[in-house]
Design a protein around this ligand. Structure first.
Ligand SMILES: Cc1cc2nc3c(=O)[nH]c(=O)nc-3n(C[C@H](O)[C@H](O)[C@H](O)COP(=O)(O)O)c2cc1C
Length: 187
């Protein structure tokens, strides 16, 4: 069984909806199992027991939610000291309400998280632009749904914006399956 852990923070439910779509995508892959946890509930053991981690965040002031940063610093940090996550697969997703097709600062937000996972020696999975749903809610860094309209009125995440998230989950599950018994990085 290939285990994919989906970690998120959400105040108003949009990023949670994306997390559930990512998990549904993972579960379309045979022999892949998804587990969803809120960032503040994740323990080191959860990460160690997983083959892949997919982290989702709302964009807050052009950067990740503070609970995600707390998870990175307090849960992942000690594992960085031991190189315990090296070679596991990592990917990201998000939501943002602001300007542009996916939200102001969302690229920077997702890149910040990918940078964290590169620090941890993880194998990063992007979102190819030929992914179904990419045009509605995709960035090359991962699926990202815009949750506000032109006037920044909250509109949530429509089903069409979840398609890329579902595919991302399936992509990451397949990547984790292909890589889990290999040892790419050798000390
Ligand atoms: C404190 C705060 C800061 C935010 N900053 C940004 C921002 O910089 N850019 C943006 O596009 N949206 C910003 N937003 C909007 C959220 O990213 C957006 O509403 C998101 O979809 C909320 O996700 P949630 O429903 O999972 O909580 C901000 C929201 C909050 C509460």
């Amino acid at each position: 069984m290939t285990k994919v852990l989906i970690i998120y923070a959400s105040d108003y439910g949009s990023t949670q909806k994306m997390a559930e779509a990512v998990a549904a995508g993972v579960e379309t892959v045979e022999n892949a199992k998804a587990q969803i946890l809120q960032a503040e509930d994740v323990k080191q053991e959860d990460l160690l027991a997983s083959n892949a981690v997919i982290v989702g965040t709302p964009t807050h002031m052009g950067s990740p939610d503070w609970r995600i940063k707390q998870f990175i610093d307090q849960v992942c940090g000690p594992l960085w000291m031991k190189d315990a996550l090296v070679g596991k697969v990592a990917a990201v997703f998000g939501t943002a309400s602001g300007f542009g097709s996916s939200g102001g600062g969302s690229e920077l937000t997702l890149l910040t998280l990918l940078s964290n996972f590169a620090e941890l020696g993880m194998i990063l999975i992007p979102l190819p632009k030929n992914t179904p749903g990419f045009a509605k809610a995709g960035l090359q860094w991962g699926p990202c749904a815009r949750t506000g309209d032109e006037n920044l009125t909250p509109i949530g995440v429509s089903d069409e914006k979840l398609e890329a998230a579902r595919h991302h989950g399936a992509n990451v599950a397949r990547a984790a399956m292909a890589l889990k018994d290999t040892s790419i990085f050798r000390a």
